[in-house]
Every structure is written in structure tokens, then in C-alpha cells.
Design a protein around this ligand. Structure first.
Ligand code: C5P
Length: 403
């Protein structure tokens, strides 16, 4: 593979010579980009000798294709690794700055980027750095955890650059995952391009009066991830969302609703155009028999009150009974006997597929990760715990293959 190694200003820069050697020895091609700070610590010639390429350091390089070295390098690399990544580099990447060749390449690429931070322990634990690290992770950067131990500044703590061998192994692993991810996406595109998906997501709110409602803890993240992945895979997606505070995934048509009854009405007008219906919403089973027009007052002496509830329509069961029904995928969020309950729901609601997940203490709702068990009449598979986005990819692959 073609590895672009970014070296920034830090005493650990000398260790990246060994990293270059390991990559070359394994048969990879390496080009090195150094920042001005890096050149204060180490001579570019050492990297040139090991990599067999002149070190690149200038944003404005007349020798490069049309003088746009950053674009040419961004296209060339299969993978970028910055080792050492200084606190300054993390901050610049977070801000999306482009005032030197390395940060500009990072902005101009869609290839995976790995960062091996190295700095004084207090700089590392500083809230500013930690916030930068968190944000970069969320944006898809792979961040290696710095080692602990004696530091060049004489202090002892966390912030040393990981050893070249472990950076090298992490690079190989990242490349493997990147390759698998690309394969998964081409499979998803094959299955979903041109297909139409209808998804419900989030909770429903059943109003008691203008101030109070019955709701639940569903965040909508799972349904939104499903809509997001399907749209990225080329499907036409309509997302019917209960009250949630999530951004609409790009390319998705979103219809906001509040109550189960409203969700039902929108599903009724849309299901017939869909190839697949996914009911990821946590629909309230009951609603107050009457929603009061004015706020209910507590009267003096009132110690108990009864709220009469009536049953909501079961949206997914209704879709599954229609003659022209799409492929119907339900969810079963349970706190116990997850798979057994899910199986009986699959049968009783006449679904084609059901995704069982454990909810409750620190699981399922309001979280970014999950582990789904996907069940059909004659098949069952459990995805290992991962982000809801990854779970959505795996689920849409299963569902796409089935219909
Ligand atoms: O019966 P239970 O609520 O556990 O079933 C969960 C599945 O049924 C989910 O797919 C959910 O979206 C769907 N459902 C529905 N309408 C209801 C209740 C649940 O579509 N009224």
C-alpha cells in the first residue's frame, strides 16, 4: 500500500525513521511530509534515504503536478499516518486549517488517517487536547493511545509516542478494516441502489394535556442510522420521525410526527411505495383516552388520580397484513428473554425479520452503540457490539439479501 507519513515537531520524530523502515521492509511505498517543526528535530535526508523519495514540505511546489502537491499527494496515498502528531497538529486538524502541506493534504483526502500523538503529559491531558481528540475520533480519525512512562522533558506520565512496531501493526489493521468497509459498502450499494425504504424512528409522545405527555427513552439514533446508511447506499429513503433532536441524514426525506396515531397515518400513505419497511420507532402501545384541552389542575385534597388509556394501532402489524406489503422488519427492545420475545413477535405480527436488542441499564436506548440479533423464520445472527451506524450497515445487508 501507499503510505503517506506525516512527521510533526516533537522529539519522537526520530522514532518515525524506524516506522518508515518497517513499512518499506513490509513492501509498502512511503512518502514523507514534514512540518517546519519536524525539521527542527530531524534531517529530511534521513527519511529520503529510507523511503527512496524526497521529503515533501512545501505547500507551493512548482515541481509538482500543476503546483498542487497537496492534491496529488492526497490522491496518491492509500492511507495517511501522522507520527508523531503534536498537540498543535491535533488542534489544526480539528479546526480544519490548511496552512501547511500536511494539514492541507489531510483536508483534501478521503483516505483513512491515523494519528500517533506525542507530547508532554500535561499537554496530553489538557482539556483542550482531549476535546480535540474526541472530536477527531468522531470524525473518523483513528487515534492511537499514547504510551505512559518517562518523557523527554524529564516528567513521567502519559504522552509518549507508541513504539514504531505497534504503530506499524495498527496501520496494517486499519488497512484491513478499511478494505472490509469498502467491500461492505459496495455490497450495500449493489443491494440497495434504486430501492425504496420507509423507516420509523424515535419515540412517540401521547399527550395527556397541553403540558404533559407519555413518552419513552428512545433517542431515534438506530432508525436515523438505518436511514443514513440506506441513503448512502443509494436507496430512496423516507424517515418518519417521532420527537427527537437529531439532524436529518443527507439525502433522506423526513416527516416529523408526534403521536402514534400521526405516525400510523403517515405510514398508511407511504407504505405502498416502499420495497422495505423498518419499524425502528418505539411506538407507545397506549394513549390517554382523552387529551385534555387545558392543563389538568391538582385539586386540594386529591391524593390519587386515574388516567384512562386506550390502545394505539400496531403500525407494523398493520403493514404486515396488507396485500401489497413491503418486506417488513421490526424491532424488539427487551430487558429480558430478548430472543424468545423477539421470536414470538416475529410470528404474532407476521414480520419478515425482527431485530432483537437488550435495553435497560446502560444498554440500547440513548446510546451510540448496540448489539442486534437479527431473526427470520429460519435464520438467526448476532452482530458484535459496535456503533449504531455499523449495526445499521450489517442489518441492511441482511435485509437487502432477503428481499
Ligand atoms: O410490541 P412491541 O412494541 O414490542 O413491538 C415492537 C415493534 O413493533 C417495533 O418494530 C415497533 O416499531 C413496532 N410497533 C408498531 N406500532 C405499535 C407498537 C409497536 O409499529 N403500536
Amino acid at each position: 500500500m501507499k503510505i503517506l507519513l506525516g512527521v510533526t515537531g516533537g522529539i519522537a520524530a526520530y522514532k518515525s525513521l524506524e516506522l518508515t523502515r518497517l513499512c518499506i521492509k513490509a513492501g509498502h511505498e512511503v512518502q514523507v511530509v514534514m512540518t517546519a517543526g519536524a525539521k527542527e528535530f530531524i534531517q529530511p535526508l534521513s527519511f529520503q534515504a529510507l523511503s527512496g523519495h524526497p521529503v515533501r514540505d512545501s505547500l507551493f511546489d512548482a515541481n509538482q503536478e500543476a503546483g498542487m502537491g497537496h492534491i496529488e499527494l492526497a490522491r496518491w496515498a492509500d492511507q495517511i499516518v501522522i507520527a508523531p502528531a503534536s498537540a498543535e497538529t491535533l488542534a489544526k486538524l480539528r479546526l480544519g486549517r490548511a496552512d501547511d502541506l500536511l494539514t492541507t493534504v489531510c483536508l483534501a483526502t478521503d483516505r483513512p488517517i491515523m494519528l500517533a500523538p506525542a507530547m508532554n503529559r500535561l499537554m496530553w491531558s489538557n482539556q483542550a487536547t482531549q476535546e480535540n481528540v474526541e472530536l477527531l475520533k468522531q470524525r473518523g480519525f483513528t487515534l492511537l493511545q499514547p504510551d505512559s512512562g518517562e518523557q523527554a522533558c524529564g516528567e513521567v506520565g502519559e504522552g509518549r509516542m507508541p513504539e514504531p512496531q505497534s504503530i506499524f501493526e495498527a496501520l496494517q489493521e486499519l488497512q484491513k478494516r478499511h478494505f472490509e468497509n469498502q467491500q461492505a459498502w459496495s455490497k450495500l450499494k449493489e443491494l440497495w441502489t434504486g430501492k425504496s425504504l420507509l423507516v420509523t424512528a424515535g419515540p412517540t409522545y401521547e399527550d395527556i394535556d397541553p403540558v404533559r405527555f407519555i413518552g419513552n427513552r428512545s433517542s431515534g439514533k438506530m432508525g436515523f442510522s438505518i436511514a443514513d446508511v440506506a441513503a448512502k447506499a443509494g436507496a430512496k429513503v423516507t424517515l418518519i420521525a417521532g420527537p427527537v433532536s437529531l439532524a436529518t441524514p443527507s439525502g433522506v426525506e423526513r416527516i416529523d410526527v408526534r403521536s402514534a396515531q400521526q405516525m400510523f397515518e403517515v405510514v398508511q400513505t407511504h407504505y405502498a411505495q416502499a420495497d422495505c419497511f423498518v419499524g425502528a420507532a418505539a411506538v407507545a402501545d397506549f394513549r390517554p383516552a382523552q387529551s385534555q384541552q387545558q392543563k389538568i389542575k391538582k385539586r386540594a385534597g386529591l391524593e390519587q388520580m386515574t388516567l384512562e388509556l386506550v390502545k394505539n394501532p400496531d403500525i407494523i402489524a398493520w403493514v404486515a397484513q396488507q396485500d401489497n406489503k413491503p418486506f417488513v422488519v421490526g424491532f424488539a427492545a427487551e430487558t429480558e428473554n430478548v430472543v424468545d420475545y423477539a421470536r414470538s413477535k416475529l410470528k404474532s405480527k407476521h414480520l419478515d425479520m425482527i431485530c432483537a436488542n437488550q435495553v435497560g441499564e446502560n444498554q440500547g436506548f440513548e446510546r451510540d452503540d448496540n448489539s442486534l440479533t437479527v431473526i427470520t423464520a429460519n435464520h438467526q445472527t448476532t452482530f458484535p457490539n459496535s456503533s449504531k451506524f455499523q449495526q445499521a450497515m450489517a442489518l441492511l445487508q441482511e435485509a437487502g439479501q432477503k428481499f
